[in-house]
Design a binder for this molecule. Structure first.
Ligand code: GTP
Ligand code: MG
Length: 138
């Protein structure tokens, strides 16, 4: 089975949506095998989103990710990376399919409620960014 890194972003934790979002993951057959609520600094958010450093929205993105608590979690299941991205929906909520997390909860392309790893290699790196092996209880 596969593992992926998920983040419930500040716009969603502020609106008390953690449980509703977790229910979407569990209903799709994903298991939450690690989870913690943390407050990132803008510098830590920048390190996490380093691939986007040259993008015009980098400052906005890192400021947003440090604007409140996030819930970081590891989801496990068959094809977890693709399945999670399917449950999340498109980056821009205006393009997200009905029933997806972003269609139901996201406020804008920036404040879009969740992050999910996009490939096996990035999933591995992103899980190691937040969790030690001992914290993953499958
Ligand atoms: P993540 O799971 O968060 O990585 O989203 P994604 O893979 O669907 O999108 P992508 O990796 O292309 O962009 C990363 C994040 O940057 C998005 O989730 C948004 O929060 C943010 N982002 C992307 N495009 C824009 C934009 O045009 N403006 C702003 N403010 N933020 C953006
Ligand atoms: Mg991405």
């Amino acid at each position: 089975t596969e593992r992926t890194l998920s983040i419930i972003k500040p716009d969603a934790t502020k609106r008390n949506l953690t449980g509703k979002i977790n229910a979407k993951f569990e209903d799709a057959g994903l298991r939450i095998i690690a989870q913690k609520r943390i407050q990132l600094t803008q510098e830590q958010a920048g390190k996490f989103y380093d691939v986007h450093r040259e993008r015009p929205f980098f400052g906005e993105l890192t400021e947003f990710m440090a604007s409140g608590p996030v819930v970081v979690q590891v989801l496990e299941g068959e094809g977890a990376i693709a399945k999670n991205r399917e449950v999340m929906g498109a980056t821009n909520p205006a393009d997200a399919a009905a029933g997806t997390i972003r269609a139901e909860f996201a406020e804008s392309v920036g404040e879009n409620s969740v992050h999910g790893s996009d490939a096996p290699e990035t999933a591995k790196e992103e899980i190691a960014f937040f969790f030690s092996g001992l914290e993953l209880v499958g």
